[in-house]
Design a protein around this ligand. Sequence first.
Ligand code: FES
Ligand SMILES: [Fe+2]
Length: 485
Amino acid sequence: MSFLKTQKYSAFVSLIAIVQALQSGRIFREDKFRRTQLRLAAVNGEPLPEYCKSWFPIGLSSEEIDRPLSVTVLKKKLVLWKSVDGWKCADDVCPHRAAALSAGKINKDGDLTCRFHGWSFNAHGACSKCPNALDTLPKIGLSRMYEVREEAGLIFVWMGDKQFDASTDPPIPVPSGNFTNDTSWLVTIPGVSWESMIENSLDPTHAPQLHEGTFFSADAIPMKNFEIESSNTAGLKLTHSGYSTKNKDMNATRTFVAPCLVDVCYEFSNGKKQQFPLYFVPRTESTTTVFAGGLAFLPRTSIISRFFSDLAHIFFFTRESLWIFNYQDTQIMIGQDQRRNNFKQAAFSPTATSPSDVGVAALQSWLNTYGRPFSGVVSSSPSHSSSRWNIHGRHCSICTRGLLRINALQKQTSRVSFLAAALSISTLFLFQLDRLRLFAGLALFALLTSGFSSFLLKTRKAFLKGNKPTHDLWIRSDVFPTAAL
Ligand code: FES
Ligand SMILES: [Fe+2]
């Protein structure tokens, strides 16, 4: 009897073993297939397929813009525009004669209009207007439309070849907590590879050293713990302790939600919390689009709050301190990009001699298992990232609009100031000292308007200025020459 029982038991165990073997064979075959795909993509220099099967942020929900925008994701040039039916995204190429549609405009029906010969395309990508057509409209439409969704204040695009399938495809990566469509995000496009950017966000102990001035190296303390809570296809979850006397009691989590979000949460012993969600969108091998959230700008719910939010944005973005911080990071990373392809093991897969390197080591091991967005990294020119206009202003509708308004206002103010000065002098000649008050009033007005005009001129310059270090408080010029580091 017991012999029979043992036999049944053995048969059952064997059955499970066979099923498992078949299953692992399938997994192995799938894995092998995926790796072959990755290798093929790497050979062709194309973005790797696993990365294409994802949602990426490409713009801000709050964008108030009446022209199409050019965006690049995984080396694909796309055009984003707001139709009557909401945000739309397509390949940035006109089906007529291949002009860039992002150079066009939006017509009064909300259709995308090509600048070259004026063909228009509706929200479904079909040709809706052709100025040169005699009777029927051309049958050709936009070559490919991409699925677009709004989440947490950002516009996401689905880059997969097939339509998004919620039952099998990865969801939109969103930060933890309550990020609504009114959330403010800041966009920057530094000339730094995706890999260096993601690594930097998982390497907190560089902050007190590199960002001397904003933080202080004298405050740095060795990090006690840096643990990997999970590492799987969805990404990485890391926890760590403080690394400076200012945050020594904190518990931090850094969650990398593949392929583009790093959600940083700090929890202090007094119960205070801070969150810094960062999206890193692989643009090209040498550039990354960054969306930074959690900054305390006003929500954009009404005309008044939008006005003050724009003002806060412009004030924030013309601050020298922000750009010095940014400059310190980008120049170090451009230098890393120059060395990355030849110098991989020693510098980019640290063996974690201290807990502080665990984040970077965990990321490198994740990338070695699941792949990178591109087969290599290309370093960009340091001068691109030295210009705040290149990095941010030209990609930001608030800054471009602000700059145009400041320009127009400055011209008008300087005209008014000139006129007031001329009038005050004429008053002096015409009435001599009889109208002293009028003369003094006009002269004062001329002085004030000219002061305001030079303030506007200074603000305009601040928009377009390079962000090279200007004084020793932030960065020492002997340590940081102006070329790439
Ligand atoms: S190329 Fe676009 S209308 Fe001709
Ligand atoms: Fe801006």
